[in-house]
Design a protein around this ligand. Structure first.
Ligand code: COA
Length: 415
């Protein structure tokens, strides 16, 4: 059995994080991803946040597995010719340049269609059409303009960005789905189409529950599961909810044994209605099972924070893993706060290929996140990221260029 996307050839004109996340996924599913980079520097992330002098950074290596790299100056006439050949022979062009860069290079949608009407052109941009469409955007700009920062953090603190790269990697995921959908539609139409993911849209899509809450707030003036409900005040827009749960079951982060010295000695605890009697028994408050002030989810809403404080008296007597074991015995939903060190060392994540150790000729072995999407008939083997221009000659030969032609392109510094 081959790989799911075997036979699909991708012209990968992406850089930094959002676009590379997308093309890495497609490569993991078996597409032939040809990363086109400028000679010399290549993708700027090769040199950013380096931990070893002169060696491709982890930023780059962890976002560009399973790809081939070729160098090309796409602004020079001979480079444009190579790009035209690539466009004719690829199925998808993926790019996340600043708005208008591809047009300025001479490759408008119309021109690409002339060259290859089956080509899918997939782009990440900071914003969709509108007042900000010409802006350059990085991760945190998207988190701030997509609703994430305004709704993350605590009520008495400033907006916060998340450690999860929902703007970049989130956009890349959305774009990958758009591409495979367009490939699927091409089977019946025979035509390519444009696929656009705006980073603001991707973040907003992931903040969907906050737009839900905005409308609930406008209708009712309060939201009972928010910490502000007990004594605080609501304004006009969804407030920051601290660690409140975004669904219909209340939850909070509680301290566990050792929290004074360990920043991650905490557990997320969910007071799911179905298991309320078990919670009461466990924390020694059996009277709460029948007490009308605590017996129903509605009665508990105004006193959630004091309930969590009482559960915390119990959880601080246990390590986060002991608390997890005990709560799970009673089917009480919870999750320890795992540090990145604990995650990196977790054997079950290694066993499933979610954390992989990859070898690299210049940096040696390093850890990466493998493919989080598991296909039973198309398993992922994670192969190291390419060195800059490692496959230039190979790709050009695949495209039909002779040795002499390749030598000439090199002499003219086009590759
Ligand atoms: N040959 C010749 N020129 C090339 C080239 C190649 N192989 N690869 C890139 N270039 C050129 C581009 O054509 C562009 O030229 P132009 O400005 O004359 O049109 C230039 O390099 C710079 O590209 P740009 O995308 O503007 O890079 P930047 O470093 O200035 O901006 C971003 C970086 C990420 C802010 C910007 O690309 C952007 O907003 N992208 C869309 C949103 C996005 O994906 N952001 C998240 C990144 S994780």
């Amino acid at each position: 059995m081959g790989k799911a996307l075997e036979g699909v050839r991708i012209l990968d004109f992406t850089h930094v994080q959002s676009g590379p996340t997308c093309t890495q996924l497609l490569a993991w599913f078996g597409a032939d991803v040809i990363k086109v980079e400028r000679a010399g520097e290549g993708d700027a992330t090769r040199g950013q946040l380096r931990d070893i002098a002169g060696v491709d950074s982890l930023y780059f290596t962890m976002l560009n597995h399973n790809k081939r790299s070729m160098t090309l100056d796409a602004k020079r006439p001979a480079g444009k010719e190579v790009l035209e050949t690539l466009i004719k022979q690829c199925d998808v062009l993926v790019e996340n340049f600043a708005p208008g860069a591809l047009d300025r290079m001479g490759f408008s949608w119309e021109r690409i269609q002339e060259l290859n009407p089956r080509m899918i052109v997939a782009s990440v941009k900071g914003f969709g059409p509108g007042p900000y469409e010409h802006c350059k955007v990085y991760e945190n700009v998207a988190q701030c303009t997509g609703g994430a920062a305004a709704t993350t953090g605590f009520d008495d603190g400033p907006p916060l960005v998340s450690g999860a790269q929902i703007g970049d990697s989130g956009s890349g995921l959305h774009l990958a789905l758009g591409i495979v959908t367009a490939l699927y539609q091409r089977n019946t139409t025979g035509r390519g189409q444009k696929v656009l993911t705006s980073m603001q849209d991707a973040v907003l899509n992931l903040c969907r529950v906050k737009l839900r809450d905005q409308q609930r707030l406008e209708r009712n003036g309060v939201m009972e599961e928010y910490p502000q409900f007990a004594g605080g005040q609501f304004g006009e827009s969804v407030p920051r909810a601290g660690n409140a749960f975004g669904g219909g079951q209340p939850g909070w982060i509680l301290k566990c044994k050792g929290w004074e010295n360990d920043p991650n000695a905490y557990i997320y605890f969910i007071a799911q209605a179905q298991v309320w009697p078990s919670v009461c028994k466990l924390i020694g408050r059996e009277e709460w099972i029948t007490d009308p002030e605590y017996a129903t989810p509605k009665a508990r809403l105004p006193r959630l924070m004091s309930i969590f404080a009482t559960v915390e008296e119990w959880s601080t007597t246990l390590t986060k893993f002991e608390a997890m074991d005990i709560l799970n015995k009673y089917d009480i939903p919870c999750g320890p706060i795992l540090s990145m060190k604990e995650i990196a060392e977790e054997p079950s994540l290694r066993a499933t290929g979610t954390i992989v150790e990859v070898d690299h000729p210049e940096r040696g072995p390093y850890l990466s996140v493998g493919n989080p999407i598991k296909l039973s008939d198309s398993p992922t083997e994670v192969r190291r990221s390419p060195l800059l221009g490692e496959h230039t000659d190979e790709v050009l030969a695949d495209l039909g260029y002779s040795r002499e032609q390749i030598a000439l392109l090199r002499e003219e510094r086009v590759i």
